[in-house]
Design a protein around this ligand. Structure first.
Ligand SMILES: C[S@@+](CC[C@H](N)C(=O)[O-])C[C@H]1O[C@@H](n2cnc3c(N)ncnc32)[C@H](O)[C@@H]1O
Length: 223
């Protein structure tokens, strides 16, 4: 994800009630209510790598947070809907898009990805980075996102691969929410062609330390 401007919350193990709340919109609204931005505003690297190869059109970014990816897409000729279940996150994202001069290429959708119904919505690119719903719910989210991809369009799903157990224990709910790209393959409908399914290593700096992480990356094209 775009790197935090404050220390990441997974420096300490949460209490049980926090572990439940951290997957819900109230916790994210609180996180996005502080004075400072949570994320850097820089676009996520896998988005830049993959979307740069595509012809711009319409895009949906689910779990858009403060809008770093939405703004990058809009600056690169896409028209973009940023979706998130946090009203505070969306408000911030809209302010950032305005400041970046791309408000006219963006709109916003407050929705819980776990309940998302595409209905008539279709996009040339549906992208989501680091959404991480609890208890393995990402596969169901991917099923829902498939519906929102237009024929010939692309679905890009990026998440954190589980790190070494010493960093986050096996029973930690945040670890259970992490995933490998191949675990999402069964969620793709039959009319998708898989283009990328891999863990992509990169380094990030947190609390002044450089650490290695893997971006679980799934890219598929709807036929
Ligand atoms: C780790 S942040 C990533 C933000 C942004 N994609 C990025 O990479 O910088 C996760 C975002 O997903 C949103 N989110 C988490 N669970 C969600 C859900 N079930 N439905 C919609 N948004 C969700 C949070 O509000 C938060 O903005």
């Amino acid at each position: 994800m775009t790197e935090p401007s404050t220390p990441p919350q997974h420096a300490e193990r949460p209490a049980a009630h926090q572990a439940t709340e951290m997957f819900e919109p109230e916790a994210w609204d609180e996180r996005y209510s502080g004075e400072d931005d949570v994320w850097s505003g820089a676009p996520n690297p896998q988005l830049v790598t993959e979307a740069s190869k595509l012809t711009p059109g319409s895009a949906l970014d689910v779990g858009c947070g403060e809008g770093g990816d939405v703004i990058w897409l809009a600056q690169n000729s896409w028209t973009v809907t940023g979706a998130d279940f946090s009203k505070n996150g969306l408000a911030r994202a809209a302010r950032h898009a305005e400041a970046a001069g791309v408000a006219d290429k963006t709109d916003w959708w407050q929705v819980d990805a776990r309940d998302l119904q595409a209905q008539e919505r279709r996009y040339d690119l549906v992208t989501t980075h680091f959404l991480h719903p609890r208890d393995g719910a990402m596969a169901d989210v991917v099923r829902r996102l498939c519906e929102a991809v237009a024929p010939g369009g692309h679905l890009l799903v990026v998440g954190h691969a589980p790190p070494a157990q010493a960093v986050i224990p096996a029973d930690d709910p945040r670890r259970k929410a992490m995933l490998l790209a191949e675990q999402l393959l069964p969620a793709l409908s039959d009319d998708f062609q898989v283009l990328v399914v891999e863990q992509r290593p990169r380094t990030v700096t947190r609390d002044g330390k450089t650490i290695a992480i893997d971006d679980s990356t799934l890219l598929a094209r709807r036929l």
